[in-house]
Design a protein around this ligand. Structure first.
Ligand code: CDT
Length: 311
């Protein structure tokens, strides 16, 4: 068990592929199996991937968006996810779980829920940066239609007091943007849970394929270091419906160092003790924002969307 209240034992609950025909019940069984292993290892928080209940359905086009409705959750927990909530509470483990959310108003979000060890829901986070495209592009080997099936959230990157620290969430493509981490860094974040589904093949520029693993760690390590926070990056990976997805889930310290990393492309638990007090070593020195930041100089980053070249 943890040696201090500010040391939290965290697991990345990496998932191997979820094929299209796999039922929610089967997937929830896999999530619970990881959770039970986590319980045996004294874990207090397990982070699951983005869209952890189904296959990555934006890879297929449907003329009518509602053709994919069965991949969304209309309540969380719902009947099929309740067993995960029950198991987590029984083992006194909290979790972050990514899923597709369909609201009563018909809004569609790529959402993550954070649940405390006592089973209470701390917060929901709805993905801010939605990558890919919104219409069918048959020239691609497979689609990445997140912009068809999810709206951009306007709720931003909020943080939450839970697990004895300050917790934040982000989702997949969010991890590539420095603003994601800095928005939460400015609220004192100490641990960011990030789930991802990253195809190795990037159709607009396949030259990046060989760099997927490098870019994955590069952006999360930089975000951790530059904001003095833990980052838990968790993949759904392996060959899903014929598409190879990046693994390499990692637990990253406020120093930017990877302290634990997945070694498979399947269901795997990656565990590390995360000392939240380590964050202060960076937040109070090199990245003492109060002393060193120059927001009066950074006026473009908060107001300008695209590049404006000089005359
Ligand atoms: N799920 C997700 O956001 N995936 C994107 C893939 C690249 S954009 C087609 C990512 O940033 O990993």
């Amino acid at each position: 068990m943890s040696s201090s209240p500010r040391v939290i034992r965290v697991a990345a609950g990496q998932l191997g592929p979820i094929q299209r025909e796999e039922s929610r019940a089967e997937v929830v069984q896999r999530l619970v199996a990881l959770l039970e292993e986590a319980a045996d290892r004294g874990v207090e928080l397990i982070v699951y991937p983005e869209l952890a209940l189904t296959t990555f359905f934006p890879r297929w086009y449907t003329e009518d968006v509602s053709g994919h409705d069965h991949f969304y959750e209309t309540s969380m927990p719902g009947a099929e996810t309740q067993p995960l909530f029950d198991a987590a509470k029984a083992h006194n483990i909290g979790f972050a779980l990514g899923y597709a959310e369909l609201t009563p108003d018909g809004e569609r979000f790529n959402t993550t829920v954070l649940v405390e060890r006592d089973g209470t829901t701390v917060a929901k986070y709805r993905k801010v940066h939605i990558p890919g495209h919104d219409s069918n592009e048959p020239w691609r080997a497979f689609q990445h239609l997140e912009r068809r099936y999810f709206q951009e959230s306007h709720e931003g990157f909020n943080v939450h007091r839970a697990f004895g620290g300050i917790m934040g969430m982000a989702t997949c493509n969010d991890r590539r943007w420095p603003e994601t981490y800095r928005e939460m860094g400015l609220q004192g974040v100490e641990l960011i849970a990030i789930g991802y589904n990253t195809p190795i093949h990037y159709a607009p520029d396949p030259g990046q394929n060989a760099l997927q693993g490098f870019h994955n760690h590069l952006c999360m390590q930089a975000g951790a270091y530059q904001n003095g926070t833990w980052v838990i990056g968790v993949a759904k990976c392996g060959t899903e419906e014929g598409v190879e997805m990046l693994a390499e889930s990692a637990i990253i310290a406020p120093s930017g160092e990877i302290v634990a990393q997945a070694v498979t492309t399947g269901d795997e638990l990656v565990v590390a003790d995360c000392d939240l007090d380590w964050c202060a070593d960076y937040k109070n020195t090199l990245f003492d924002f109060d002393t060193y930041r120059r927001p009066e100089i950074y006026h473009r980053t908060g107001s300008q969307k695209g590049v404006v070249h000089p005359d």
